[in-house]
Design a protein around this ligand. Structure first.
Ligand SMILES: [Zn+2]
Length: 221
């Protein structure tokens, strides 16, 4: 997949999602202009960018359907910075600032279709980037086995009504803590959150399994 991506980018050079300049998916000047996310209504969620920004919408589309790894490499460092600020503000000093990053899983069917989980790519890129901030004492690792999706849900976009969405998605996450201690800080990762329904369901499942400190970081909101 990555070799194919590289080959395609050689034949069709990237162009910026903002200004169409050749050379990269997001040029430095458009990167500086991306709208930051508004505050989430769910206080445990931190998001880097506003999904109202067209550049962000295009990046998320590319992340899911075309250039997964390269888009994750662009968004991950921004998510890491956003998480660092969020944790400093919201998590008490006495808590250890190391923990477990858990990508929101895809259903088996969707994973097979796509070939990768975009949330996992974001989680790995974010963790790599968070190790590169000299001022930060963040130390995270990605664990993909903690949370699995137990059954397929309707495509969320097709289910507009919030109550229906909640019903559709509840009880669809299974938690297997394995060797992960329930006293760890968990950071859920997803690409986009709107009402927070998916993240809230995943958090509920983790809390039920005994985890006390569950937060979330998304690329966009
Ligand atoms: Zn640009």
């Amino acid at each position: 997949m990555q070799i194919l991506e590289r080959l395609l980018s050689y034949i069709f050079p990237d162009s910026c999602v903002g200004c169409a300049a050749r050379g990269s998916l997001l040029c430095p000047s458009c990167e500086k202009q991306i709208l930051p996310a508004r505050k989430n209504s769910e206080e445990y969620i931190s998001s880097a960018f506003s999904f109202a920004d067209k550049k962000v919408q295009r990046l998320v589309w590319l992340l899911k359907y075309k250039n997964g790894q390269r888009v994750a490499d662009i968004l991950g460092p921004h998510m890491a910075r956003s998480l660092e600020v969020f944790l400093k503000k919201n998590v008490q000093q006495k808590l250890p600032v190391h923990g477990i990053v858990v990508p929101i899983p895809l259903s088996k069917e969707r994973y097979r279709e796509r070939g990768y989980n975009q949330a996992e790519l974001l989680a790995r890129s974010m963790v790599n980037a968070s190790n590169q901030f000299p001022s930060s004492n963040l130390s995270f690792r990605v664990e993909t086995h903690v949370l699995t999706k137990t059954h397929n849900t309707f495509a969320q976009a097709k289910v507009r009504q919030r109550t229906v969405r909640q019903k559709n998605i509840s009880d669809c996450f299974l938690v297997q803590a394995g060797r992960v201690s329930v006293s760890s800080i968990i950071i859920l990762v997803d690409d986009v959150t709107t009402t927070g329904t998916t993240l809230t369901e995943a958090r509920k499942a983790l809390k039920k399994a005994g985890f006390q400190y569950v937060y979330a970081q998304t690329a966009a909101h």
